[in-house]
Design a protein around this ligand. Sequence first.
Ligand code: BTN
Length: 255
Amino acid sequence: MTDSFVRLYDSVESTNDLALKAARAGNASHGDCWVADHQSQGRGRREVGGERRQWFSPRGVNLHFSILLEPKELDPARAAGVTLAAGVGLCEAINATSQFDGLWLKWPNDVFVNTLKLGGVLTEAVTHGSKVEAIVLGVGLNVNVKRSQIPRDLTNIMTGLAIETQRRQDRFEILQRARQSIIAWCDAYMHKGFSALSPGLERWDDCDGRQVDIFEHDSRREGVARGIDENGHLRVELPDGTMTALHTGEVQLKV
Ligand code: BTN
């Protein structure tokens, strides 16, 4: 990672787009990072059901960045674990810079404080046939945003680090730690497998026992989360007592 770069931008459409473009052009390497103070078209995760959310990216307050990973060899079936590894890395970095109660990782890609969302990871891949050439981890983290700046439809959903700790936070210190920690957890997962995530998941994952909505075609049914399996899928107990493993497009965890 010695010759990787961090590029800072004032305003871009989406840092994930910059990283994907560089990866496709072969102009980037493992650990490179694109950071923007503001995004005009920041992308959030696709909702179960297909709709893509815009990511709230105001100027001067939060962190929006994308990290490029070039896995040596990664079975596409294991890609979901990379998002989890990034989430663990992000929780570790947040905890190292600002301590407060209630921080947890909500499968598959959200960082929460109790019932409110603090940040999220959007993972996008560049593939060639069945080979994963590059993975882009896009991270949005609410840092110094004030409650009054959060759009009305998000006030009951989102929080920020300065809101939780009641003091302004150093965005660059968090960025530096988060980048290092995310790359280290993702490398450990990609080289050593799912067991490398166990200490991180034990500490930050708090999904077990939560209610989930399961979506199949046009119907919805309920279940209870029972941990995460080796492929990064959520284990769910159905009302008849049977267990199933579901991936991100099929199930939504309730907070
Ligand atoms: C989520 O929906 O929880 C994931 C949000 C990811 C947002 C980040 S901000 C930096 C990067 N660029 C984007 O367009 N999206 C990600």
